[in-house]
Design a protein. Structure first.
Length: 55
């Protein structure tokens, strides 16, 4: 599992935990289940491609 962080606002999403408000169940796959046009739900500025894998 991995944790991804928005470089603009530090929002983090952990693939092991998921994010029910965004529709991602625990254990989701970042590469195949997060749409390419998805953007940060906190700042709305950064796209999926901008997120940094931090663990």
């Amino acid at each position: 599992m991995a944790v991804y962080q928005c470089p603009g606002c530090d929002y983090r999403i952990d693939t092991a935990v998921g994010d029910s408000s965004e529709g991602f169940a625990p254990g989701f796959d970042w590469d195949s289940e997060v749409p390419e046009d998805w953007f940060c739900p906190d700042c709305g500025v950064r796209d999926k491609v901008d997120f940094d894998q931090i663990s």
